[in-house]
Design a protein around this ligand. Structure first.
Ligand code: GLU
Length: 473
């Protein structure tokens, strides 16, 4: 079972929760980068011992989320998934081995008795009261680890040497009163059995690490290399959590974040690939080192993530962008049965959409007016349109000019610039009523290009139909 370590073995050990936490994704990527570069193995172990949290679709969700960030189960670096619940007998057997060797002992005190005695003796928690009673197993008796005296030094590649005074660590429970294994025991026995050489995980597990290291040693093994990567915090510097923040990797996937952008951004949470943070995976895989990971919490900055995504979106070719946005465009079409979609027009507008969309999901909305029978007017923007000086005259003169000008965006621009000029106005400012008439909004993609595609008749119809003002046509 315990073959010599030839190649490093990494792992992630998520508990199924129904979604994959972005922090878990970052940890997975750090493990994956090292496993790939060092020719090692990346083990996926699903810690599914909580029967209530054990649904097959959740396990598939973990595998799908990993695949989305480039960690594919069919890659030769990948091993698993293993399911912790299948190894309960082995966990118990290993605990019995510790009992036989005297490093674990049975305790028959109930939580109430422990509380009472602790109160009476003025101590906190369980002070090893059953250590020397020589109890054997029995109903309701828990098996506790006999924490040795002294201190435990955890060598952590991120945090350095962290020393824990063993006096602060109580004799923790390995097997519950009903004989079932506790998390710490299962976690360590699995890591030992799976010959894990590197445990890289979130900082919140650091307080468990001295106990786990003691267990490794008691089971007769050299502890692994430990590395605890910094917490992810929100704008208020609070640990990001399901209650407060959007932490599910899947929700970013569903909103149209690109996996390459997400991967790149996640890698930078606590680590920097150099002066230029936007980097392809291969470069990050080559450069990533645990020694360079920061100790301080990493800000999970949604604005920065959006900026990363925008950068990746703009780097796509038209064909790539059209293909990538299609699922969201399909959703949009479904939600707007009245719309007449024109794939060719969407493709022509793509470079402009790429300038404006920070997610793929936003893409159809940037040019929705081109496909809807009528623009959806934003009330504020409509007022802004009419607040422009000479708005009615500008619209009327534009209608007249557009009835006859060449139907090219250049010709429309020339015609409109002349109208604005005659009113002593900057074209950008004078354009607002025209833009709102065509698109429903004051901001959007280049107007003349869009109008060229919409066609003369439709543009004139919309200009004549601009609601809410007195204008002659
Ligand atoms: N199952 C634990 C969790 O999801 C993982 C513990 C570990 O990585 O050692 O928090």
């Amino acid at each position: 079972m315990n073959a010599p370590l030839i190649t490093p073995r990494f792992r992630i050990a998520p508990s199924p929760t129904g979604y994959f936490h972005v922090g878990g994704a970052r940890t997975a990527l750090y493990n994956w980068a090292l496993a790939k570069r060092l020719g090692g193995t990346f083990v996926l172990r699903i810690e599914d011992t909580d029967a209530e949290r054990n649904r097959p679709e959740w396990n598939q969700g973990i595998i799908d989320a990993l695949a989305w960030i480039g960690i594919h189960a069919d890659d030769s670096t990948f091993e698993g998934p293993y399911f912790q619940s299948q190894y309960a007998e082995h966990h118990v057997a290993e605990a019995q081995r510790l009992f036989a060797s005297g490093t674990a002992y049975y305790c028959d005190m109930t939580p109430d008795q422990i509380q009472e005695r602790a109160k009476a003796e003025g101590v906190t928690g369980y002070a090893g009261w059953s250590r020397e009673l020589g109890l054997g197993p029995g109903p309701g008796r828990v098996l506790r680890f006999r924490v040795p005296e002294g201190s435990t030094v955890v060598n952590d590649l991120v945090r350095g040497e962290v020393t824990f005074d063993n006096a602060t660590i109580e004799d923790f429970v390995l097997l519950r009163g009903n004989g079932s294994p506790m998390f710490l025991l299962a976690n360590v026995v699995d890591d030992v059995t799976m010959r894990i050489s590197h445990v890289i995980r979130a900082e919140e597990h650091l307080p468990n690490t001295p106990k786990q290291q003691m267990l490794w040693e008691a089971l007769g093994h050299e502890p692994p290399v430990w590395a605890h990567v910094p917490l992810l915090v929100n704008e208020q510097r609070k640990k990001i959590s399901k209650r407060r923040d959007k932490v599910a990797l899947e929700s970013y996937r569903d909103e149209g974040y690109l996996s390459d952008a997400m991967v790149n951004y996640l890698m930078t949470l606590g680590w920097s690939p150099g002066d230029e943070e936007i980097q392809p995976w291969a470069t990050m895989q080559d450069a990533f080192a645990l020694e360079d990971v920061a100790k301080s919490p990493a800000f999970f900055d949604l604005k920065k993530l959006a900026a990363f995504n925008g950068t990746y979106i703009r780097a796509m070719s038209v064909d790539e962008f059209v293909a990538a946005t299609e699922p969201w465009c399909a959703q949009w079409r479904e939600a707007h049965p009245e719309a007449v979609w024109n794939a060719e027009h969407f493709a022509v507008m793509t470079p402009f959409i790429q300038q404006r969309a920070t997610t793929l999901a936003e893409a159809p909305g940037v040019v929705d007016f081109m496909f809807l029978p009528n623009p959806q007017f934003d009330e504020t923007d409509l007022s802004k349109a009419w607040a422009v000086e000479d708005a009615a005259a500008l619209v009327a003169e534009t209608i007249a000019a557009f009835e006859t000008c060449d139907w090219t965006h250049e010709a429309m621009k020339t015609a409109f610039d002349a109208i604005a000029d005659a009113h002593g106005m900057k074209p950008g400012k004078a354009q607002a009523p025209i833009r709102v008439a065509i698109t429903g909004r004051t901001v959007g993609p280049p107007l003349y290009e869009a109008m060229e595609l919409l066609g003369r008749d439709e543009v004139l119809r919309r200009l004549r139909a601009l609601p809410g003002g007195v204008h002659v046509a």
